[in-house]
Design a protein around this ligand. Structure first.
Ligand SMILES: [Fe+2]
Length: 149
């Protein structure tokens, strides 16, 4: 792509978010395979389901970055965190989901400041990011419930 991105700062934020979505997707799949014990099958299924949401978040972010902001979606990977038992797995992912929500909130604030420059993109990006945030908030509720807290 030879066009200049519409909002380089926003593209950087969305690409960082994409890298974190790559990371949490892999993290959920790896954690799903790590779970042992009587509830292993159930937890494995729930974690793989959560991974699926993050695969879809990646797809949405790539779409926004490429088709709406005319930039190149990142192929890099954010940080991942190991965990070796069910409680640590759930705690780790609750923390990661929270950090993702905080980052999306910051990106939304940036998007809001650039609203005037993105008359044909703003609503689409705003709606998509808020949907991802709603999903991640539901993920925290699911993880907390699994944790029994
Ligand atoms: Fe999530």
């Amino acid at each position: 792509m030879d066009a200049t991105p519409k909002s380089p700062e926003l593209v950087t934020c969305l690409n960082n978010a994409l890298e974190n979505e790559h990371a949490i997707y892999v993290q959920y799949l790896s954690h799903a395979k790590t779970v042992k014990g009587v509830d292993a099958r159930l937890v494995n299924k729930r974690l793989r389901r959560l991974a699926g949401y993050h695969r879809r978040h990646q797809k949405k972010l790539r779409y926004l970055i490429a088709d709406y902001l005319e930039a190149v979606p990142s192929m890099n990977m954010g940080a991942t965190y190991a965990a070796d038992n069910l409680d640590t797995i759930l705690q780790t992912n609750i923390k990661c989901e929270g950090a993702a929500i905080d980052n999306y909130m910051k990106t939304l604030a940036l998007l809001d400041r650039q609203k005037e420059d993105l008359p044909y993109e703003f609503c689409k990006i705003d709606y998509a990011l808020k949907k991802i945030i709603r999903n991640d908030q539901a993920h925290i509720a699911t993880l907390k419930k699994l944790r029994g807290a």
